[in-house]
Design a binder for this molecule. Structure first.
Ligand code: BG6
Length: 495
């Protein structure tokens, strides 16, 4: 299609969230106060929510509406990211906050929720499951038992399910069956907050909105890909959860495999929820499943010194706080190209990035000179956080006599280029769920495909006794992770 003026401003599409209620299960938990309510407040502040939206929190802690409002007021003030807090706007928003106390296993709680929704006159309802994961199935069944959870002509009913979706493939399937007894798949929103990050979405814009990168996006030109999610923090009081989960379930099965799918998927035919999700799912299904013999060669577990002394952690725990793996994608575009993925706690700094290393020039034309380089692969770095942006590294002639080359980089910085605040992942994803856009949510087949990819690693590690701890806090993880790459003559990008 011919574009009349390539320099014209793109049109802005605004979406409208309809009158609705949001019911948050686990309203006294960390996620609600750190992420959900600040995101909803911010959406209201920007008038992206209807003025009369109702938010109904529920948890076991006895609180009345005013106590809940005052708790949320303090949380929003504390956790609102890079935007001002406005008392006046808060007062308007807080009028729509309600609270119902109750036990998740008590049918009376669900009747109270239903009565409240009827009293508020809300037929469009988003249920947000932010409880302990072991309750997800039960909450949904109990909603179904009081007649909630089915979209009708009067209004929609949707459910957002927080991660982890299951503990392994079997439990993910079981959970899915339980949820489907009440909600249709089209109304199930499995959240992976990485997909809501602006810079993860920008990967799609970068790949499919430009004409020059896609032709180079394949095994002919790309040597390998590294995906890193490093955190400098430890488990921050979440020791009990984390020792159950470990790094593979916490970060790789969901966030990093989704990032990998975004990097490696084929272009969808259209930017529509199922077209995009079909491509992601197809990619996840194309990842080669490791055989039990391959796991020790292609996956590395680590645990930082001191993890076993964190509160709530078993002093003999074998849970990994670091995991690295090599994955191959068995399709025409990527056959034979390693994708190295790693994630760990207590690494030297917080950084999430994708580094795409191209092949070197086929022939070294310039002879080495003192201090110069002749061959260095081009590197494309997509930085998810912090300092979101993209850089391309290439060789350039150093000023002066002779032909001495030096790597330089061409940088795009998200913040300075747009000069405006980016919505948080939860703002984006909540607004999407409220407008019925599931593009950035994971579908059951994607969740199952990801569990299948990590299953051999989880099974091997469950039966192995590691010599933990095997890395010092503040370092880049165990030596075995470097050795895994060295076997293919590659090195991690540790800067
Ligand atoms: C969560 C994990 O899903 O993602 C945490 O449970 C991790 O362990 C967090 O710290 C990282 O998210 P972000 O957005 O800070 O990169």
């Amino acid at each position: 299609m011919a574009d009349s003026n390539p320099f014209a401003d793109p049109l802005r599409f605004e979406r409208q969230v309809p009158e609705c209620a949001i019911v948050i299960f686990g309203a006294n938990g960390d996620l609600t106060k750190r992420k959900l309510i600040p995101a909803l407040y911010r959406l209201a502040y920007e008038r992206r929510l209807p003025a009369t939206v109702s938010i109904l929190g529920t948890s076991r802690t006895p609180l009345n509406d005013d106590e809940f409002r005052s708790k949320m007021h303090d949380s929003v003030k504390q956790f609102l990211e890079d935007s001002p807090f406005d008392e006046e706007r808060w007062d308007g928003f807080a009028k729509g906050l309600y609270y119902v106390a109750g036990d998740l296993s008590d049918p009376a709680l669900y009747s109270s929720i239903k009565d409240k929704l009827t009293a508020l006159g809300r037929t469009n309802v988003l249920y947000y499951l932010s409880t302990q994961p072991s309750y997800y199935g039960e909450v949904v069944e109990r909603l179904g038992a009081v007649g909630l959870g089915r979209s009708t002509a009067e209004g929609w009913q949707r459910v957002v399910v927080e991660k982890p979706f299951g503990h392994d493939l079997k439990s993910a399937r079981e959970l899915n069956e339980r949820i489907h007894r009440v909600f249709d798949e089209a109304d199930v929103y499995r959240i992976d907050h990485y997909l809501g990050k602006e810079t993860v979405q920008n990967i799609l814009a970068f790949r499919f909105g430009n004409g020059i990168f896609e032709p180079l996006w394949n095994r002919r030109y790309i040597n390998h890909v590294q995906i890193t999610a490093a955190e400098s923090i430890g488990v921050e009081g979440r020791g009990a959860y984390y020792q159950e989960a470990g790094a593979v379930r916490d970060m790789i099965q969901n966030h990093l495999l989704q990032v990998m799918a975004t990097i490696a998927m084929e272009p969808p035919a259209e930017y529509e929820p199922d077209a995009v999700r079909d491509e992601r799912a197809k990619l996840l299904r194309s990842i080669r499943i490791l055989s039990p013999e391959e796991v020790p060669l292609y996956a590395v577990a680590g645990q930082y010194g001191g993890f076993r002394h964190e509160p709530g952690v078993d002093p003999a725990t074998q849970a990994p706080t670091y995991a690295a793996a090599t994955f191959y994608i068995d399709n025409w575009r990527w056959a034979g190209i390693p994708f190295y993925i790693r994630s760990g706690k207590r690494l030297p700094k917080r950084t999430t990035e994708i580094a795409i290393q191209y092949n070197t020039a086929p022939h070294a034309l310039f002879t080495p000179d003192a201090g110069g380089v002749t061959m260095r692969p081009n590197l494309l770095i997509l930085r998810i956080q912090p300092e979101e942006g993209i850089s391309l590294r290439f060789l350039s002639k150093q000023p002066g006599s002779g032909m001495r080359l030096r790597p330089v980089s061409m940088d795009f910085n998200y913040g300075s280029s747009f000069g405006e605040r980016s919505p948080t992942a939860y703002e984006t994803l909540l607004e999407d769920a409220l407008t019925g856009d599931a593009t950035l949510y994971t579908r059951q087949d994607m969740v199952e495909a990801s569990w299948r990819v990590v299953s051999p690693i989880l099974e091997d590690w469950a039966n192995r006794k590691f010599e933990f701890p095997n890395y010092e806090p503040g370092t880049w993880g165990p030596a075995a992770a470097d050795e895994m790459l060295a076997r293919q003559a590659h090195v991690w990008r540790n800067s």
